[in-house]
Design a protein. Structure first.
Length: 56
């Protein structure tokens, strides 16, 4: 889903977007660079962890 429609998920912080993974307690944090058509995955984060550490 991220590869086909990267803008489908909301921007949460500093251009980072979050995609919740269904059936698993994880969130994919990523950035989209439209000028170069690149998606950079910054983190795959467990939802039970402290949310402030997601954007490190």
């Amino acid at each position: 889903m991220i590869a086909t429609i990267p803008d489908a998920f909301p921007v949460k912080r500093n251009n980072y977007r979050e995609c919740n993974i269904q059936k698993f307690p994880y969130v994919i944090v990523y950035v989209v660079d439209h000028s170069e058509n690149v998606i950079t995955v910054s983190a795959i984060y467990h939802t039970s962890r402290k949310p402030a550490k997601k954007y490190r």
